[in-house]
Design a protein around this ligand. Sequence first.
Ligand code: FAD
Ligand code: EPU
Length: 340
Amino acid sequence: MSRLREHEPLQGYNTFGLAATARYFAHADSVATLRAILASPQAQAGPLLILGGGSNLLLTADFPGLVIKIDLQGIEKTAETDHHVWVRAGAGENWHQFVMHCLDQNWAGLENLSLIPGTVGAAPMQNIGAYGVELKDTFTELEAVEIATGDLQRFDREACQFGYRESIFKHWAKGRFVITSVTFKLDKQATLHTHYGAITDTLKAMQVAEPTIRTVSQAVIHIRQSKLPDPAKLGNAGSFFKNPEIPTPQFEQLQAQHPGLPGYPGQAPGFTKVAAGWLIEQCGWRGKRVGNTGAHRDQALVLVNYGGATGQEIWALAQAIQQSVRERFGIELRAEVNVV
Ligand code: FAD
Ligand code: EPU
């Protein structure tokens, strides 16, 4: 087992760039190493934090227990037919590099999920999604080590109960498993998803007449770079809140008062998903700076660290935003980011 480090700075391990420390810290680059770490007295004493790329994490304090950084690598084709390929990736693989690898092989299905930060292993946690595609659309199964026993277990798509930014790993399975690999079923003949957001217009502007998975990926990358801040330059964790889903009659009533309110079909029948960024902007937060934190000027749903902010300050800003949206619209915003 690699040695446990003590009092490890976490600033380089979270995309908010927050300066917290971990009491203990270890890298797991194989299932065997992971099991050995989990059997250590420090792991047994708890608490544990499983860390991928730290791109959906708000550290509000120093972490008093053991942080396990997931570094399991490897991408392999596990099966193939005339039309499909099954690909398994280690949980520590960088998500975007994995998507680029699949594009290089001409395997279709993940192109709309280009440039999402983080690791493969964290992707099922919240069923990552963008531009009309979610992880669940190509996911077949994952392997995870049960923390209490060290047993390797398999979860298929049904078992994961994916929803909008949801899975069992945010509910009953939270804190009980470490995801070690994820398998995807990808297509050899692409079905392109170009109707969401600005993809079609961007392809036109790129003068692409016949889109491919490569050009769709490039369009998605272009759109993302134009509105989402790069964490390497400005600390952030993407959308801080989920887009709330409210009963459609409530949405219709609100839209009558606020004709600009964007709404999309919700996951459950009778529910409409409303744009949290719009609600936050209407409350006057877009581009507003509070100390070293703020809501981004191009995307109010993205909270940022201008440098030197603490997790507590970002959490206080998030709560102030929640309160104003509650008071103005009667809607409860829920954090997408994992608050630790
Ligand atoms: P981390 O932040 O390290 O961890 C997230 C959670 O998963 C934590 O609770 C952690 O304990 C747990 N976890 C991590 N790895 C494992 C594992 N192997 N086993 C068990 N639990 C684990 N998300 C989207 O869905 N769509 C987007 O379009 C999108 N855009 C983003 C844009 C920016 C600029 C940023 C900064 C973030 C964006 N995100 C988006 C959020 C983020 O990229 C995803 O949630 C990503 O999957 C997080 O991966 P990570 O490895 O960084 O996870
Ligand atoms: N809007 C505003 N003001 C703002 C921000 C947005 O009015 O400050 C409006 C936009 O004009 C648009 C609507 O809100 O009408 C939706 O905005 P956008 O297309 O930017 O998408 P989003 O709903 O804010 C979601 C995801 C993103 C994902 C994009 C593209 C959530 C919580 N966020 O953002 O995911 O990349 O769609 O699919 O579902 C993430 O999860 O971290 C993330 C970045």
